[in-house]
Design a binder for this molecule. Structure first.
Ligand code: AMP
Length: 500
């Protein structure tokens, strides 16, 4: 083995003099990426990182943060990105579980982390990309003998968001990351003429792997924005070709009067994922810009699984077709037998994109895979006769009321069409009689003037009585995490005693 599978593929297409990354007022060519990752790789080795070692990074988004990911892969290490919002108590769990050799953190966090670092070294990197790590790298060589790594070697461990029990570390191999990005480059027609607006965080697979791996593998360039800001994204559209975002990006951009056909004209592709994009947002976007959003579906453990097509119709409310190298089946939750088209079941996938299991957790790994190698996503989905897959919700969000199953999405879809409703989240709350009571949490915006009857009356003719909410709770906004996912567990917790 003489090559480093992921690193070499990421760096293969970029023309050395071509722009790879624009961030914080600095521009990096592909040649600069090679030089800078060499310097950082040298620093990592100096700090004791050996092939197979984990490098944990809890740092703000910056070019150096991205270069740190690439340098870690280049030294044969395993990159472990950590959400910048994690508290010390949460970090203690991740660090204890992953046992990194090195922790890279903001200078403000280093004292706190020192107490829970175990045997790991600590080095700093701040939001502007300076700190102990950058200082060490600055003096290093701009060449580095890239450490060979094969398809089954780990490139990263990403912890799941842990909404069901403890967070688990998905082991992402060189093969998984490289294969998924390669497939997406082709499917989404990325070339070295593309300029991607990158406004996602890079502690999560969407911003770190889907966005940057695809852009780099195509030899394209990225405009890094440290966080999402609708005005900045809008102004970058004039010199960009693609945007990858979560649904919130699109709803916030739609609130900008400056989002017009002309403003979006230079863009060839708008991609959405990580959380469901409302069909209405999809339609509004097409009406405003003339460019239908391409929605896709994936998860930390699998990378991307499905995508709407590039050429054929991008169907609102669906996540499209399985990727060419991904086998996808929808099965009955209890028997595991495939369901027919039009019926809801659990989505299972198999392909080179799927993780190698959970870090040091043989039990959870065994539970997540079927004997024939399919990974159980835990998402409920349905496939229509044309093959488009729709996500109906997470299995754990399924409501069982009076022994009957209610899929929240079906109820939400009806509520979302009602006048005055911005969006809704339907959850099950403990109920002495029904077990769980269907409850609608309805976002009406700041000036909403709407009653429970306005929601419930129109549903009488549209939904069977057991599916109709027993109560409606009005809010101005639904709680969301940084990736735009509605926090149903939080709503269930807050409203736990509603039916007491
Ligand atoms: P994460 O591991 O944080 O990337 O979250 C993965 C989960 O996000 C999936 O299992 C789905 O429940 C959800 N998800 C991702 N993309 C979509 C999408 N386009 N529509 C609906 N849910 C999605």
């Amino acid at each position: 083995m003489t090559s480093n599978l992921l690193f070499d593929r990421l760096m293969r297409a970029g023309v050395p003099a071509a722009l790879a990354l624009e961030a914080g007022g600095r521009r990096y060519s592909y040649a600069d990426l090679m030089g800078e990752t060499a310097r950082l790789a040298g620093a990592l080795v100096e700090l004791g990182v050996k092939p197979g070692d984990r490098v944990a990074a809890q740092v703000e988004k910056s070019a150096t943060n991205l270069l740190l990911y690439l340098a870690t892969v280049r030294v044969g290490g395993v990159f472990l990105p950590l959400n910048t919002a994690y508290t010390l108590a949460e970090l203690a769990y991740f660090l204890g579980d992953a046992e990194p050799a090195l922790i890279v953190c903001d200078p403000a966090a280093s004292d706190g982390l020192a107490a829970i670092a175990g045997g790991a070294s600590i080095v700093t990197l701040d939001a502007s990309g300076t700190g102990g790590l950058a200082d060490l790298a600055a003096n290093g060589s701009d060449t580095f003998p890239t450490v060979p790594r094969g398809p089954d070697d780990l490139a990263a461990i990403c912890y799941t968001s842990g909404t069901t029990g403890r967070s688990k570390g998905a082991m992402l191999t060189h093969r998984a990351l490289a294969a998924n990005a390669e497939t997406l480059v082709e499917l989404w027609r990325f070339t070295n003429r593309d300029v991607l607006i990158h406004a996602l965080p890079i502690y999560h697979v969407h911003g770190l792997f889907v966005a940057t791996n695809v852009a780099l593998m195509a030899g394209a360039s990225m405009i890094f924005q440290s966080r999402f800001d609708a005005v900045s994204v809008l102004s970058a559209m004039g010199r960009a070709t693609c945007l990858m975002g979560i649904p919130t990006f699109y709803t916030r951009l739609l609130a900008q009067p400056g989002l017009t056909r002309e403003a979006a004209a230079p863009m060839r592709l708008f991609i959405s994922g990580s959380a469901p994009l409302l069909a209405q947002t999809h339609r509004d976007w097409t009406a405003r810009t003339g460019k239908p959003i391409l929605e896709r579906y994936g998860m930390t453990e699998t990378g991307m699984n499905t995508s709407n097509p590039y050429d054929q119709e991008r169907m609102p409310g669906t996540v499209g077709f399985p990727l060419p190298d991904v086998a996808l089946r929808i099965v009955d939750e209890t028997t595991g037998a495939p369901v027919v088209d039009g019926e809801i079941g659990v989505i299972e996938v198999k392909g080179p994109n799927v993780c190698a299991g959970y870090w040091r957790n043989a039990e959870k790994t065994a539970e997540a895979f079927r004997p024939d190698g399919f990974f159980i996503t835990g998402d409920l989905g349905v496939r229509d006769s044309a093959g488009y897959v729709s996500i109906v919700g997470r299995g754990k969000d399924l409501i069982i009321t009076g022994g009957l199953n209610v899929y929240p999405k079906e109820v939400e879809t009806e509520i979302d069409t009602l006048p005055g409703v911005v969006e809704s989240a339907v959850i099950g709350l403990p109920h002495a009689d029904f077990g769980e009571a269907v409850t609608a949490v309805v976002a009406v915006g700041a000036d909403g003037d709407i009653t429970e009857a306005d929601i419930l009356d129109p549903l009488v003719s549209r939904l069977a009585s057991f599916k109709r909410p027993k109560r409606v709770v009005f809010v101005t906004d639904l709680p969301r995490n940084a990736m735009g996912k509605v926090q149903k567990a939080q709503l269930r917790e807050q409203l736990r005693v509603l039916f007491d």
